[in-house]
Design a binder for this molecule. Sequence first.
Ligand code: HEC
Length: 230
Amino acid sequence: MALIGLLGVLIMLVPGCKHEPLLPPVEDLPFGGGGGGGNNGAPCDPDTVYFQQSILPLLVTYCSTPGCHDAVTHEEDVRLYEYGTIMEQVEPGDPWDSDLFDEIIDGDMPPDDAPQLSAEQVSMIQNWILQGAQNNGCSGDCDTTNVTYSATIAPLLQQKCNGCHGGANPQGGYSLTSWGAVNTLATEGRLLGAVQHQVGYTPMPPAGGMLPQCDIDKIAIWVQQGAPNN
Ligand code: HEC
């Protein structure tokens, strides 16, 4: 834990650094915060916003979309799919001096024709920056009882998928905003195939690592139940 604190301090010492990211790639960190499932072993604190659990998946789906800030296009040289390059747009502790936050508030990002962030998602980003914009993660208990479409699956897709699979022109032509459409992909085996990175399916999400195992388990349980509209 001291290491994490130290990393946080180091980040603070180089505000606005646009050069080499200070931190090694996520996969190289000793606490293994890799991919979307990363955690550092610390139990989840409800008052902390975690990069691995909340911010990275959000940015991957709402900002790092094809033609925008993904690895291929990186519009205006902004790359919002990994910690190092995300931090080029972030001033730890100061959302208003962070291009990432400023573009959402004043710069009208995402563009009007793309799925928009909710007020709750915007304040999540604000709080993460206020809390020092660390590459943090946690391991919570995975509660897979009472998995339902409305309380479990729909919010999960909204947070981690529907920046790409929402709106008028969903990526790949797959909308994940209605139960009917999600049910079809689920019963065809494509929903699980994609999130479990099964052979023959396009791995989802396409960047930022796999979903945390807990999310994959919840999707699998719901699919096994017949993907009901509950
Ligand atoms: C950054 C944008 C992006 C994000 C985030 C994203 N997708 Fe996709 N998704 C795509 C694109 C583009 C395709 C079409 C890929 C293709 O046809 O090869 C696709 C295809 C799919 C497919 C069809 C795959 C197949 O092989 O049949 C499923 C199912 C899917 N996505 C589910 C999800 C889920 C669930 C999430 C969230 C966990 C997610 N996607 C997150 C862009 C995204």
